[in-house]
Ligand binder design. Sequence first.
Ligand code: TYD
Length: 232
Amino acid sequence: MALFISFEGGEGSGKSTQAKILHGRLANLSIAVKFIREPGATELGGYVREWLKRGLPIEKTISNHAELFLFSAARAELVTKELKHHLSKPNAAIVADRYVDSTTAYQGYGRGIPLEQLEVVNALATQGVMPDLTFLLDIAPAEGLARMGAVQYGFRLDDDMSATESERHTEGGRFEDEPPDFHERVRQGYLHLAASEPDRFHIIDAAQPQHRISNRIWETLRLRFPEAIPQG
Ligand code: TYD
C-alpha cells in the first residue's frame, strides 16, 4: 500500500510550497510519488478549478451547496480515476495539496454548511480513501493573507503593469477576498479537525522559516513511517 500524505491550511500558509518540497524529496528516493492538487489533477478537476477561480462576486456565481458539490465532484473523480489505482501500488506515495479536510474547513466552518451534512457528501466523494498523515500549516489569517498580497503585488509590479482594476480583482480568486472572520472560521475549523483526529494530523506553525518547516515535515514522516522512508 502506498503512503498518502496531504497538506492543509488557510490562504498564504505556504502549504503548496511544502507539498512540492516533500514531493521532490520522495521522488529522490526510489518511491513512485504522485503529486495532486485539489481541485485539479483530472480533466474535471481542472475544469472546476478554472471555473471557481474566475473570482466573480458571489451574487453572480454559485450557491454554497453548488460550490460544495463542485469540489466534491472533482474529488470523487480524482479518487476513482487516480488515487485508488496509485494507492494499490507497492513502494508508492501520494502528496496532496489539499484534500477532503479543505471541504470541511471552507464549506463547513467557513460557509456554514452543517457538518453532519458535509460528512455524508465527504464520505461519498472520498469513498473512504483518507490520508495516512495530514500536515496542517497553521498561520494567523492576517499574516497568511499579507504574505499572499506581497506575492501577488510583486507579481503584478514585475509582470503585469498593464492589468486593469477588474483584471486585478479577478486574479484574487474566490476565497482570498472573503472577510477576515471567514478566514478565522476556516482556521479554527482546521484546528478543531486536528484536535479530533490527533493521530492523522500534525500541526505545524507556518510562521517559521521555510527550511525549518520542510525539515520538520521530513523528520515527522521518517519517524512515523520508518519502513517506507529509508534513513540517511
Ligand atoms: P488554490 O489556488 O489552490 O489555493 P491554495 O493555494 O490556497 O490551495 O485554490 C483553491 C481554493 O479552493 C482555496 O482557496 C481553498 C478552496 N477549496 C475549498 O473551498 N474547498 C475544497 O474542498 C478545496 C479542495 C479547496
